[in-house]
Ligand binder design. Structure first.
Ligand code: UDX
Length: 435
């Protein structure tokens, strides 16, 4: 099939490339000329494992191309995806200006029946708005489908190629058949294609992210209680997660969830409820717990050292999670800002996110491409992202470089007993120091 994907952000670029991989001809369009020029010259604007190779392969096979010409891309396509950003507005609601602008551009270009797919995470009722905007521009027949994307950054290709499920919101039999054919290669493993209304599909995406965010805030809240009552959240997590009704995944406490989805989507669903005269009390608490959790590590540091003025801290990990260079809503931002505000110096390492971090902190912190170099004469080491390469470090070397052997681990990647054996004062989340 011929596809047009509007928006070359995370979702658009990954989806477009993966659809090309299964033999479709895909044109990825963006209004940002510099982005398209970069993609045309082979530069991928984001770090996502496997993406660069897959883009290159499909460009060479002439199944994937990049363009700023929306009209031509739409006119040549059977299916048009809207994969543009929906950033949070000041009141927490999703800003639909890019989605509706894409819809207008599609409407102006329509030259025959097409399926228009909302891929962006959009509030309930957006498909109806998109339909209206397109209908105002054209007399051609079309259907609008809601098809939310569930991929995770850092594992996006794998998630897309082997999905857990495909959600398709549409009341049109014709559009559903087209979507079913498009996704057939991805669901051969038995993953279900779940058909529903556009409104249910739109809400499913928010429900999924809100549920996962709830699990994390629940565990973070419990972790704080564990510290007070002398329990270990890691043992509680194992005992709890072994119940198949709960499940083992997404129960890891830490320094709060970040990224481009959870914070924004939890706010947006709360807002949707408010707009409809309802209060989602549980999710309000989920958000409050998360805000509080971003402060716990800095509080522990202040409690340990007293004044932070003139102290230096080594930070390992800046991105909101491993395997990405994405710093959006990263808890590291809140923690580092707090340290800087208290008069401390920060020397940071991250395997992929230094470039993004420089956009946020500029010359206010020091950046190191070698994680051990960040430790030089620092008062303590802070683990803020659980990159694999930090999991089994040379502890003797860490100790020899630090001024005092103190580790604040925001991701619980080390074993408290081992830390004691190695001679470190070790602070983690929801765990006790080894006896
Ligand atoms: C999320 C959803 O998982 C994905 O399905 C959706 O399409 C987009 O949003 P993503 O934001 O890429 O994906 O990252 P994810 O792996 O879900 O992590 C989100 C945040 O939660 C990270 O900050 C991570 O550190 C945190 N997290 C995750 C925890 O604190 N504990 C956990 O157990 C899991």
């Amino acid at each position: 099939m011929k596809l047009c994907v509007i928006g070359t952000g995370y979702v658009g670029l990954v989806d477009g490339t993966c659809f090309a991989e299964t033999g479709n001809t895909v044109v990825c369009v963006d209004t940002d000329k510099t982005k398209i020029d970069a993609l045309l010259s082979g530069q991928i604007p984001i770090y996502e494992p496997g993406l660069e190779t897959l883009v290159k392969k499909n460009v060479e096979k002439k199944r994937l191309s990049f363009s700023t010409a929306v009209q031509a891309a739409v006119q040549n396509a059977d299916i048009c995806f809207i994969s543009v950003g929906t950033p949070p507005g000041e009141d927490g609601s999703a800003d639909l200006q890019y989605v509706l602008a894409a819809a207008k551009a599609i409407g102006e270009s329509l030259n025959g029946y097409k399926v228009i797919v909302d891929k962006s995470t959009v509030p309930v009722g957006t498909a109806d708005k998109v339909k209206k905007v397109i209908a105002a521009e054209t007399k051609q027949a079309f259907d609008v489908v809601s098809n939310p994307e569930f991929l995770k950054e850092g594992a996006a290709i794998e998630d897309f190629l082997k999905p857990d499920r495909i959600v398709i919101g549409t009341d049109s039999e014709r559009a559903f058949k087209v979507m079913e054919t498009l996704y057939a290669p991805f669901v051969r493993t038995g993953a279900p294609i779940i058909r529903m209304s556009t409104r249910s599909a739109e809400l499913t995406k928010y429900a999924a992210n809100a549920m996962l965010a709830t699990r994390i805030s629940f565990m973070n809240d419990l972790a704080n209680l564990c510290e007070l009552v002398g329990a270990d959240i890691d043992m509680v997590r194992q005992g709890l997660g072994s119940d198949p009704r709960v499940g083992k995944r997404f129960l890891f406490p830490g320094i709060g969830y970040g990224g481009s989805c959870f914070p924004k989507d939890v706010k947006a669903i709360i807002r949707t409820a408010q707009d409809n005269g309802y209060t989602l009390e549980l999710l309000q608490a989920v958000e409050n717990v998360n805000e509080k959790q971003k402060q716990v590590l800095a509080a522990k540091i202040k409690k340990h050292f007293g004044s932070l003025s003139g102290r230096k801290f080594a930070v390992w990990g800046l991105s909101f999670k491993p395997q990405t260079d994405d710093m959006r809503e990263a808890p590291a931002i809140v923690i580092i800002e707090e340290l800087l505000k208290s008069g401390a110096q920060v020397s940071a390492h991250d395997p992929e996110a230094l470039r993004e971090a420089k956009k946020i902190f500029g010359a206010r912190i020091d950046y190191q491409t070698d994680n051990y170099a960040a430790l030089d004469k620092a008062d303590a080491l802070l683990i803020l992202t659980e990159w694999s390469e930090y999991r089994e470090p040379d502890f003797a070397r860490i100790k020899s470089l630090l001024k005092t052997p103190v580790i604040f681990d925001g991701r619980n990647i080390f074993n408290p007993a081992l830390m004691k054996e190695q001679g470190f004062k070790y602070y983690a989340i929801g765990r006790q120091e080894a006896e």
